[in-house]
Ligand binder design. Sequence first.
Ligand code: ATP
Ligand code: MG
Length: 314
Amino acid sequence: MSFDLVCIGLTTLDVVVRPIDALPEREQTILVDGIEIVPAGTACGAALVAGALGLKTAIAGAVGDDRKGRFLRAVLEEVGVATDLLETVAGSATSTTVLAVDSEGRRPAFHALGASFQYQITPAVLAAARQARAVHWGGVGSRNLDRGPGAELMAQAKSAGALTTCDLISPNKHALDELKRLLPHVDYFLPSAVEARMLSGQEELTAAAAFFRDLGAGACVIKNGAAGSILGLADRTATLPAHAIAPVDTTSCGDSYCAGFIAALLRGFDAIEAARFATTTAALVAQGLGTLGKLESFEATRAAMLTLPLQEAA
Ligand SMILES: Nc1ncnc2c1ncn2[C@@H]1O[C@H](COP(=O)(O)OP(=O)(O)OP(=O)(O)O)[C@@H](O)[C@H]1O
Ligand SMILES: [Mg+2]
């Protein structure tokens, strides 16, 4: 079977609670507005959103042989994301994060490492990546994917004609070495502003985008929270504002931006229009709890693109 999009790498379960402004005294119970339990992670969050946007999507990653893993798989399938390439690691727990979102939207988190970090590329994933219209890499920093296997997969996907994209999560000091291997095979690199500044050493985001293009990325799109995003394309740079919204929970905004961007490119939008669509996708996700937030469909997102107000340029 061939897919519009194969997302490969970090696969976690998020437990999102809002608001938590202080821990309860002793064993007191505090009522909260909402609790969401949802698949997330650089690869899996993007896959879930892409599925909701109507892309024929597969997730390639790993969960544990536990109830959380079965739940994660069931939610993906409910949204139409194929889970055949999702490995179950015996004797391991599903990687899980508890996010305590406060009234200001800050999100301190507790993470339990698990099966996701043991994921290894299989021949079936390589074959799926070679046949897909797009491949999204969310595996930087994973011990079995860095130092060769990830770059090799992306090289093969790109030479087979796939659109190739890459996002990061909490990059460590080795991430730059890995990006040097990966980026020559990546059409669009989509880091956050914090990640881009840290790895490039450039304060100015257009300079950071140029740094990653010099490492081989075809283009670099830097996500900058409520300040919007910066596009460093081969022939131009552009700054796009975010929407003026009252965010409920910005968890997975970055992952949903990537999914929206890919979905729009695959529908034939140019890069700037795709980034606008991505901005609206992320704004809908930010207005509800968890990975999908208030996102409904590609068409509803396109309609919201025209009606949701944008932030004034800084
Ligand atoms: N407070 C906000 N208001 C409006 N839009 C937002 C807000 N926060 C994020 N966004 C939108 O989401 C996009 C991606 O968010 P962000 O820059 O926080 O990504 P990220 O740091 O990669 O996130 P993640 O933590 O999910 O990895 C932004 O470019 C913007 O369009
Ligand atoms: Mg991110």
